[in-house]
Design a protein around this ligand. Structure first.
Ligand code: CA
Length: 80
């Protein structure tokens, strides 16, 4: 457990490589483990963080903003 915590914290280090940070981001956000961070992955992660403390409409606005941010990870639209 201590080793895992140390590994987790090392990803926030300035010395951690970009690949290490990206790998960590995918572990956190890629909820369905398909190698892509989709809008639904982000929605599930945000719901876990904010629980019922954010209006659905505001959550959608935040998700829209993330999609339009340069250098953001590719976002996959959910299937209709
Ligand atoms: Ca995914």
């Amino acid at each position: 457990m201590q080793k895992e915590f140390a590994q987790l914290m090392s990803t926030f280090s300035m010395r951690a490589s970009r690949e290490t940070k990206l790998r960590f981001a995918y572990q956190v956000y890629d909820d369905d483990d398909d190698g892509k961070i989709s809008r639904e992955d982000l929605r599930r992660t945000m719901k876990t963080i904010v629980q019922d403390n954010m209006e659905e409409e505001f959550l959608e606005e935040v998700l829209d903003k993330v999609r339009s941010t340069p250098n953001s990870p590719p976002i996959q639209q959910p299937s209709p």
